[in-house]
Design a protein around this ligand. Structure first.
Ligand code: 6PG
Length: 241
C-alpha cells in the first residue's frame, strides 16, 4: 500500500506524523512484545522528533520500543553531524525510554568493523523474512540527488547488497557513513518518507511521475515488498505532483 499526504507546512506535517507514528506503535504493541524503529537524520526528522519527544514523553509508549538508525555519519556522538546526537537532543532526552532500547551506530568506531557489528545488533533484534531482518518502522528522508538513508546515486549497489549494513561515502565530502541497505529497507513493515522544502520539489516530481531521470535515484528503488509506504510531504516539496 502507498499513500501520499501533503501538508501546508513542515510543522503541520510533523505534528500529524508524530500522531500517526505513535498510533502505529501502539497498534503494533497489541500484537508484538516490542517494536523496532529505524530513524534517519535530516532537518525534517529533527523537527518530528522534537514534537514526538515533547508531546509523548511517557514511558508507557516507549517501554517496548527499540530505536535503531537507518544510517550514521562516521563521527563521534557529540559531533553536530551525528544522527544519533541529533536524535538524543531532540527525542531521547525528552522521553522515558530504557537505555538498553537505544541501538546507536557507533560513528566513532572504524567503519567496516562497526558495519559488521551493527548488522549483528539489528539481526539479533529482528525476525527474518526472505533471509533479511524485518524492521517494523523505517523513517526515511530524501536528498535532492535522490539519495535516501546513505545510499547515494553513485553507490546503487547498496540497494541490492546481501549485507544488512554497509559502509558508504558521501559523494561530495567523501565522509564515511554506515547505512542499512536497500533489501533491509524494502523488507520493513512500514516505510515513512518525510520530505519538505522547495529544493525537494524536483526530485519528488521525477520520482512520482517516474521520469526517466528517477532511474538514477536510489529512492526510486525503495518499494516495500510486504509492507506499506507512506509519503509525508509539505506543500513546497509536493508542489509539482
Ligand atoms: C542523513 C540522512 C539522509 C537525510 C536526507 C534528507 O544522514 O543525512 O539519513 O538520508 O534524511 O539527506 O535530509 P534533509 O531532510 O536535511 O534534507
Amino acid at each position: 500500500m502507498k499513500t501520499v499526504e501533503v501538508y501546508p507546512s513542515p510543522r503541520v506535517l510533523a505534528e500529524d506524523l508524530a500522531e500517526v507514528l505513535i498510533s502505529h506503535i501502539q497498534e503494533l504493541k497489541k500484537e508484538k512484545d516490542f517494536v523496532t524503529i529505524a530513524l534517519s537524520g535530516g532537518t525534517t526528522p529533527e523537527m518530528l522528533f522534537e514534537i514526538m519527544g515533547t508531546r509523548y514523553p511517557d514511558q508507557d509508549i516507549w517501554q517496548n520500543v527499540h530505536l535503531f538508525w537507518v544510517d550514521e555519519r562516521c563521527v563521534s556522538a557529540d559531533d553536530l553531524e551525528s544522527n544519533y546526537g541529533m536524535t538524543r537532543r531532540s527525542l531521547i532526552s525528552r522521553i522515558n525510554i530504557p537505555i538498553q532500547n537505544i541501538h546507536r551506530i557507533r560513528g566513532e568506531e572504524a567503519p567496516a568493523p562497526e558495519a559488521e557489528r551493527y548488522s549483528k545488533e539489528v539481526s539479533d533484534f529482528t525476525f527474518k523474512r526472505v533471509g533479511f531482518p524485518v524492521i517494523d518502522i523505517i523513517l526515511l528522508g530524501l536528498g535532492e540527488d535522490g539519495h535516501t538513508a546513505s545510499i547515494f546515486p553513485d553507490q546503487m549497489h547498496l540497494l541490492t547488497s546481501q549485507k544488512i549494513c554497509e559502509v558508504a561515502h558521501h559523494p561530495a565530502t567523501m565522509q564515511s557513513r554506515i547505512t542499512i541497505t536497500g533489501r533491509v529497507i524494502n523488507n520493513a513493515g512500514s516505510i515513512f518518507f518525510v520530505v519538505t522544502g522547495r529544493k525537494k520539489a524536483g526530485v519528488v516530481e521525477k520520482l512520482f511521475k517516474k521520469k526517466i531521470l528517477a532511474q538514477n535515484y536510489p529512492a526510486a528503488y525503495i518499494v516495500p515488498e510486504y509492507g506499506q509506504i507512506r509519503w509525508f510531504l509539505d506543500k513546497e516539496a509536493g508542489d509539482l505532483v
